[in-house]
Design a protein around this ligand. Sequence first.
Ligand code: MLT
Length: 263
Amino acid sequence: MRRVVNNFSMDYEDHGKGIPLVFVHGFPLSRRMWQPQLSGLSDIARIITMDLRGHGDSEAKPGPYSMELMADDLISLLDVLNINERVILCGLSMGGYVVFSSFRKYRERIAGLILTSTRAGADSQEGKLQRDQTVSKVESDGKEPVIEGMLPKLMAPATYEQKPDLVNMVRDIMLSISTEGMVGDLIAMRDREDSVPLLNAIDIPTLIIHGTEDQIIPVTEAEKMEAGIPNSRLRVLPSAGHLPNLEQPVLYNQEVSRFLINF
Ligand code: MLT
C-alpha cells in the first residue's frame, strides 16, 4: 500500500485488528525485515510496517534526513491512516533511534515501546568520523561495498551456517535502499541526539530485546537501557545477532505477544 505522508510517497503494510503495533526497520533495511512479525502477530494486534524515506519502495527524497524527520514521517502515516488511539512503537537499531525521537516529540501518541538491538547513546567522536568516511565511500563507490562489508556482521554465526536463504534475503533487502537513503541515514545517525537523559522519563511499558551475539550493538547497551527505563524488562535471545526478529522469529514473537498483555 502507498500513501503520501509528509510530502513523499511512503510504502507500508497494515494488517490485523487490535492495538496498533508499528514496526520501524534499521539501517540499511526495509519493512520486508518484519515479515515474520506481520504473519505471526497480526491475529493479536494491528501490525503496521513501513519503508522509511529512501528505503525499499518508498520515495527516495534527497537529504538532509534526521531522526526527527523520520519520526514526523511515522506520525504522519498514523494521521493519514486516522489512527488516533495510542500505539506501540517497535524499532530495531536505527529504528530504535527513530522511536526515541518519536517519544521525545509525540509521547502522547505512544502507549508502549519495544526497543530491539538498539542503544540510547549518541555517536562518539570516532563514530561520527566513521559515518563521514562511510558517506564518502558511498559517494565514490556506491552503496554495494558498504552493504557487502556489513552483511557478515549482521547475524549470528549459526545463522550464516544454517540459514543461507535468510542471508540472501537480507542482502536483497539492503540492496533496495537508495543512495539518497543511505547517505541520509548515515548523517541522521551521526547527528542524532543522546537519548540517555530521556531514559528515566520513559513512563510507559517498555520491552527491550537483544541477541546474545549482536556484533553491531553489544548487549551491554540493552542492559544500560533496562537499568535506565523504570518500567522495562530485557529479554536476550540465544543464537541471534543484530536481527533477532528474523533469526529467532518464534522466540521474538513470543516475547512481543507476552508484552502485549500489558495493553
Ligand atoms: C542499524 O543497524 O540500524 C545501524 O547499523 C545502527 C548504527 O549504525 O548505529
